[in-house]
Design a protein around this ligand. Structure first.
Ligand code: PMP
Ligand code: GLU
Length: 407
C-alpha cells in the first residue's frame, strides 16, 4: 500500500494548468475548443531572446550557473528595478528562479514556519493557498465587502499574532483590477508598523491599460535596506510572452535573498543557463514587443467587455490590466464549477471556475488568445446561457440542440 505524506495527500494540482491540459486533450480528439481559460499570451517571444538562446545552445557550453542566477541576469534585474521601480538595488538584492512561481514559493519557505499565517485578498491567484500549505502555514483570506477591492481596515482586522506576511497581486489575477494607490501605500506602511513581510506579486505590472500607472511599492516604504521586509516578485513570463522559458525573480533584502538562495541551491539549483541567457536578451533588448502586446490586450479587453455586457444578467468589471476578466455569472448559475463544466461539455468553451480563486459565482475569462476566439467564445456562451433565443447552434461544423445540453 502506498502511503503519502501530509503534503503528498493534501496539495491539489493547479486548476489553471489543468484547464490547459483539458483543452489540449479535447483538441487532440478533433473537438472545436475555444480556450478562454488560459494564462499566457500567444505572441512570440522577443526575437533577440530566441537568437540568444539558440546561439548559446549551438555553442554547447551550457553549464550550471550560480544558484541565484548568472551575474548578467542579476545585473539586468537590477537595471529593470531602477527603470520600472525607480529603486537602486544591487545584485545582492536579487534572486532569479524557475518562474515567478518558484520565486514566491522560495520566499514563503524562507519566511513561514508551520502555523504562521499569510494574508491575501480574494479573489486570489490559485497557487497562493497551496504554496502557504506547502510551508505548513495557514492562509487568511480577506474578502471585499463588495466588488473586488478590500479596505485597509479589512487587512488590519485579519492580522493576528501569528501573521507573518501579506501577499498582494496588482494588477490582479483573476479580476484584472489594480489596487488603488492609497491601498498599496497603506499596506506598505501597515506592514512596516506591524513588522510583517509584504510580498508584492507584480508579474502583470507592465500590462496595464487606459493609463493605469505602474506603481512602485518602494515609493511608499520608509527605506529599503537590510531590515526591509518588502519582497517584489516579477518575471518575463507575461510581459514578454515567455511563459515556457520559466524565468522569474525576487527583489528583497540581502538577508532574505541569501536564505532563498540557500533553499534554491538544494531544490533546483539556478534556472537553466540557456533560459537565463534568453531572459537577459529580453530584458536588455528592444522593448517594443511589450507595448505591442499591451495594446493588443487592451483592444481584446474592450471587445470582451462589450460582448460580455451584451449578455443580460452578467456583471462585468472592466479590467485595468492583465489578460483576465472575472465575470459574475451568478444570475445564471451559482456554482462556478457546475457552470464551467457545462460550458466545456455543451459548447466546448474552456473557462476557470471562480471558486478556485476564492469567489463563487464567477468565471475567469481570459482575453490572451485571438480576437476570433473571444468573439466565437462569447457567441457560444451567449447561446449556452439561453441569451440568444435560438434552439440550435453550430459548433465546429456540428449542429447542437439545446435539449441535448443538460446543465
Ligand atoms: N503570479 C501570478 C499572479 C500569476 O498569474 C502567475 C502565472 N503563472 C505567476 C505568479 C507565476 O508566473 P511564472 O510563469 O513566472 O511562474
Ligand atoms: N498564472 C497563469 C494562470 O493563472 C498560468 C497558470 C499557472 O501557472 O497556474 O492561468
Amino acid at each position: 500500500m502506498i502511503t503519502l505524506s501530509r503534503i503528498g495527500q493534501s496539495i491539489h494540482s493547479s486548476p489553471t494548468l489543468k484547464i490547459n491540459e483539458k483543452a489540449a486533450q479535447l483538441r487532440a480528439q478533433g473537438e472545436s475548443v475555444i480556450h478562454l481559460g488560459g494564462g499566457e499570451p500567444k505572441s512570440c517571444a522577443p526575437f533577440g531572446a530566441i537568437v540568444a538562446a539558440s546561439n548559446l545552445l549551438n555553442s554547447g557550453e551550457i553549464r550550471y550557473t550560480p544558484s541565484a542566477g548568472t551575474p548578467a541576469l542579476r545585473k539586468a534585474i537590477v537595471d529593470y528595478t531602477q527603470t520600472f521601480y525607480r529603486q537602486e538595488i544591487t545584485p545582492k538584492n536579487v534572486i532569479a528562479s524557475n518562474g515567478a512561481k518558484q520565486a514566491i514559493m522560495t520566499a514563503l519557505l524562507a519566511i513561514i514556519d508551520p502555523g504562521d499565517e499569510v494574508i491575501f485578498p480574494a479573489p486570489y491567484w490559485v497557487s497562493y493557498p497551496e504554496m502557504v500549505s506547502l510551508c505548513g502555514g495557514v492562509s487568511r483570506v480577506v474578502n471585499p465587502e463588495s466588488g473586488y477591492i478590500p479596505t485597509i481596515k479589512a487587512f488590519e482586522a485579519a492580522i493576528s499574532p501569528k501573521t507573518k506576511a501579506i501577499i498582494l497581486n496588482s494588477p490582479n489575477n483573476p479580476s484584472g483590477l489594480t489596487y488603488p494607490e492609497s491601498l498599496v501605500s497603506d499596506l506598505v506602511q501597515l506592514c512596516e508598523r506591524r513588522d510583517l513581510w509584504l510580498i508584492m506579486d507584480d508579474i502583470y505590472h507592465r500590462l496595464t491599460f487606459d493609463g493605469y500607472p505602474m506603481l512602485s511599492c518602494f515609493d511608499y516604504a520608509q527605506s529599503f535596506d537590510e531590515r526591509s521586509k518588502l519582497v517584489v516578485i516579477n518575471g518575463i513570463s507575461k510581459q514578454y510572452a515567455m511563459t515556457g522559458f520559466r524565468i522569474g525573480w525576487a527583489v528583497a533584502s540581502p538577508v532574505l535573498i541569501q536564505a532563498m538562495n540557500n533553499i534554491q541551491s538544494h531544490f533546483s539549483s539556478g534556472p537553466s543557463a540557456l533560459l537565463q541567457h534568453a531572459a537577459v536578451a529580453a530584458l536588455t533588448g528592444p522593448q517594443s514587443s511589450v507595448e505591442s502586446l499591451r495594446l493588443t490586450l487592451q483592444n481584446q479587453r474592450d471587445v470582451l467587455v462589450d460582448l460580455a455586457r451584451s449578455i443580460p444578467g452578467l456583471k462585468v468589471e472592466k479590467p485595468h490590466g492583465t489578460f483576465y476578466s472575472f465575470i459574475d455569472f451568478s444570475a445564471y448559475e451559482k456554482s462556478s464549477h457546475k457552470l464551467a463544466e457545462y460550458l466545456i461539455n455543451s459548447v466546448r468553451v474552456a473557462t476557470v471556475p471562480g471558486l478556485d480563486f476564492g469567489m463563487e459565482g464567477h468565471l475567469r475569462i481570459s482575453y490572451c488568445g485571438s480576437m476570433k476566439d473571444i468573439v466565437e467564445g462569447f457567441r457560444r456562451i451567449s447561446w449556452a446561457l439561453g441569451a440568444d433565443g435560438s434552439d440550435e447552434i453550430e459548433i465546429g461544423g456540428k449542429r447542437v440542440r439545446r435539449a441535448e445540453c443538460i446543465k
